[in-house]
Design a protein. Structure first.
Length: 235
C-alpha cells in the first residue's frame, strides 16, 4: 500500500492556489450533510485578445461532479501515486508526464501556477488508469478506446476541467490550458493535437489533412488571431 505523501489535494481552486475561497469551502463542507454543494455561477472567460468563452451552467455542473469524484480518488485511493514537481517553463500536460512505475506518475508544473496543477493531476490520473486497466471507471466508454481516440477524449476532459476552474472557481490563467479550452470550444481540438503531436499520431494527422487540405492553415489563422502566437508544433 502506498502512502499518499505527495499527492495533490482534492480541490484547490482560487487565486492563491492554496485553497478555496471561504464561501466555496463552506459549500464543500456542507456537501456531506446536505447533498452536492451549489456551484457558483459561471462567468465568461476572457483572454488578452478579447476572445470570450462561455459555458452553460448545466454543462459545468456535470463537469464539476466528475471532477470532484476524480480528485477524491486521487486523494484517497492508496493503490497509486501522483507526484508533482516544479519546473521553470510552461508545458502541456502530456509534455511533463512520466509514468515511472506501474502505479506511479510524476508530472511537472510551472512554478507559480498551482491552480493548473489540479488539472495536470487529472491528466496524470487518466494515463495511470489506462495503464492500470481502470480507465472505464473515470472516462465513460474509455475502456473501448485506444490510441488517438482515447488521448483525444482524455484531453477534452482536461479542457473541460480547466473551463470549470476558470469559469467557476477563478483559477489563475495558464496559457497551455487556455489554448486547450479555446481549441476545444471552437472546434479545433483535433487540429491542435494533430499539429502539436503530429509525429506521435502520424496516421491520424495524414488522414486529417487528406480530408481537408486547408484545415491546417485555417487553424493556424485562428490560433494567431486568438493568441497572437504560432500554434504548438509550428513555433
Amino acid at each position: 500500500m502506498k502512502v499518499k505523501a505527495s499527492v495533490l489535494g482534492k480541490i484547490r481552486w482560487g487565486p492563491s492556489g492554496l485553497g478555496l475561497s471561504m464561501a466555496v469551502f463552506a459549500l464543500v463542507l456542507g456537501a456531506c450533510s446536505s447533498g452536492a454543494p451549489e456551484m457558483p455561477a459561471p462567468r465568461p472567460i476572457v483572454i488578452r485578445s478579447g476572445e470570450r468563452v462561455f459555458a452553460e451552467r448545466d454543462r459545468l455542473e456535470e463537469v464539476d461532479a466528475w471532477f470532484r469524484a476524480q480528485q477524491d480518488n486521487i486523494t484517497n485511493d492508496p493503490s497509486f501515486m501522483i507526484q508533482t514537481a516544479g519546473r521553470d517553463t510552461p508545458s502541456y500536460p502530456w509534455e511533463s508526464l512520466v509514468l515511472v512505475e506501474p502505479d506511479t506518475a510524476k508530472i511537472g508544473i510551472q512554478q507559480g501556477f498551482s491552480d493548473a496543477a489540479q488539472v495536470f493531476s487529472i491528466y496524470a490520473h487518466y494515463r495511470l488508469m489506462v495503464k492500470m486497466g481502470r480507465i472505464g471507471e473515470f472516462l465513460p466508454g474509455g475502456e473501448n478506446l485506444d490510441g488517438y481516440p482515447l488521448e483525444r477524449a482524455i484531453v477534452a476532459r482536461v479542457a473541460d476541467a480547466w473551463l470549470l476552474g476558470r469559469a467557476v472557481y477563478q483559477a489563475v490563467p495558464f496559457d497551455p490550458l487556455e489554448e486547450l479550452v479555446y481549441a476545444n470550444e471552437n472546434g479545433f481540438l483535433d487540429a491542435l493535437l494533430l499539429t502539436a503531436r503530429g509525429e506521435e499520431f502520424k496516421e491520424e494527422r495524414q488522414a486529417w489533412l487528406r480530408e481537408d487540405p486547408e484545415a491546417l492553415e485555417r487553424y493556424r489563422e485562428w490560433f494567431l488571431a486568438t493568441f497572437n502566437r504560432e500554434p504548438p508544433g509550428l513555433r
